[in-house]
Ligand binder design. Structure first.
Ligand code: HGY
Ligand code: MN
Ligand code: MN
Length: 413
């Protein structure tokens, strides 16, 4: 049986696989990611599991007797992190799945742990590529040309990871990643990454829906001019226009109210000198909501506000939606069952939506009965080196997942 100690110890080990700097930085196919991937493979084998890679570097950690294509209970999360992220986002669900799959290996109940190669979109301009591969819905040859901030292509980075034993051979050009197993049900354990559980004193959340999002890139083109001689009233300052759009996004989020949120994640200006009025600026904008209609309205209103600001300032604007996911309901039946079990176990719990995106949304969108469980995040902090969940809280979530799997096993027997 796996213990609080083994869960904590393996989380500590996984957190050590990071690029230098604050927090944890493990970007898909980079050195830290490959070393973590190889370590997970070795850990799984030491626990009597097979570790099988697919063509984009997803991992299945499973009973070696499970034949390819078997229907499994898929349990897992993602291996990659944001830049300077925390020790638990993705890692918690990954390690809990490894230990639960190992514990159930000889039980006859086909629990298989999955570890998706990429969920965050933190290296290449696309997210959830791992789980789409796992579900046979990703065509690698269509991702080849995507470039990271250093100009490295997705194809080059994947080939390097493959050479280290972290991905299976590529499928034929135009072919989708071959699916290794068929998920009959899916469960993801994850830290909440927000303040709800802690503020209510709850120890577990049963997640019934996951917010959707739209990520927009705004390119503003004004006039680069001498900062000392150009009168204020004659400027078309691209960065000033971008700054006003940032505040418009914040106002939209506040006006929409929870669960709507809006963020400007990054801004850059050119040429980026003290003595030049910025002629160009680039903005990364994101809106999220749990309701499709409200999300579409937020995207529309943000676009309208940005265009009006640009026009008033005599700045050209190109606005492009770079990525998006629809708000996704999870399995009502599995949620009701989990809530009843939590009540029966007298675990302080609540039902809630997730403001964060997760691999689970892709399973649910593919028609797999899917569920998420959250444990509290201290101060609601995540995507930060300060991300923390107490070992005891991590354990409550994993022990509950074990009981939920036992209930599924009885139900499906
Ligand atoms: O951005 C998200 O919601 C997730 O952490 N990828
Ligand atoms: Mn994340
Ligand atoms: Mn995550």
């Amino acid at each position: 049986m796996f213990t609080l100690e083994s869960l904590s110890e393996k989380l500590d080990r996984l957190a050590a696989f990071t690029a230098p700097g604050p927090g944890v930085t493990r970007l898909v196919y980079d050195d830290a990611w490959c070393e973590a991937h190889l370590w997970l493979q070795a850990e799984a084998r030491a626990l009597g599991l097979a570790a099988t890679c697919d063509a984009v570097g997803n991992l299945w950690l499973h009973n070696p007797e499970l034949p390819p294509g078997a229907r499994v209970i898929a349990l897992g999360s993602h291996l990659d992190t944001v830049k300077r992220g925390g020790r638990f986002d993705g890692a918690y669900g990954t390690i809990a799945a490894l230990l639960l799959a190992a514990e159930l290996r000889g039980s006859g109940f086909p629990v298989a742990a999955f570890v998706t190669c990429e969920e965050e979109g933190s290296r290449f301009p696309m997210a959830l590529t791992g789980v789409r591969g796992l579900l046979g819905r990703l065509v690698p040859s269509e991702c080849e040309g995507a470039r990271d901030a250093n100009g490295v292509t997705w194809g080059e980075a994947l080939a390097a990871a493959r050479a280290r034993g972290c991905a299976a051979p590529a499928p034929a050009a135009g072919a989708a990643v071959p699916r290794l197993f068929d998920a009959a049900r899916q469960l993801e354990l994850h830290i909440e990454q927000g303040p709800v559980l802690e503020s209510w004193g709850d120890k577990l959340a049963v997640v019934d829906r996951i917010a959707g999002y739209r990520r927009l890139r705004a390119r503003l083109t004004g006039e680069a001019r001498h900062a000392g001689t150009t009168p204020m009233e004659r400027r078309h300052d691209a960065l000033a226009a971008a700054a006003e759009i940032v505040l418009a996004a914040e106002s939209l989020g506040r006006a929409t109210g929870a669960p709507g949120v809006a963020t400007a994640g990054f801004a850059s200006a050119e040429p980026g000198l003290y003595n030049v009025v910025p002629g160009a600026a680039t903005l990364g904008l994101e809106v999220r909501h749990t309701e499709a209609e409200a999300l579409a309205r937020m995207e529309r209103e943000l676009g309208e506000a940005a265009r009006a600001i640009a026009q008033r300032r005599g700045v050209a604007i190109e606005l492009e939606t770079k990525a998006g996911e629809e708000p996704t309901p999870l399995s009502e039946e599995l949620a009701a069952q989990a809530l009843a079990l939590a009540a029966g176990m007298a675990i302080p719990h609540r039902r809630m939506a997730s403001g964060a995106g997760h691999d689970t949304m892709a399973f649910a969108q593919a028609g797999v009965p899917a569920l998420m469980l959250f444990v509290p995040s201290r101060g609601g902090i995540s995507h930060s080196p300060d991300e923390l969940t107490k070992a005891r809280d991590l354990w409550v979530g994993a022990a509950f997942a074990r009981e939920l799997l036992a209930a599924w096993r009885q139900e499906l027997a």
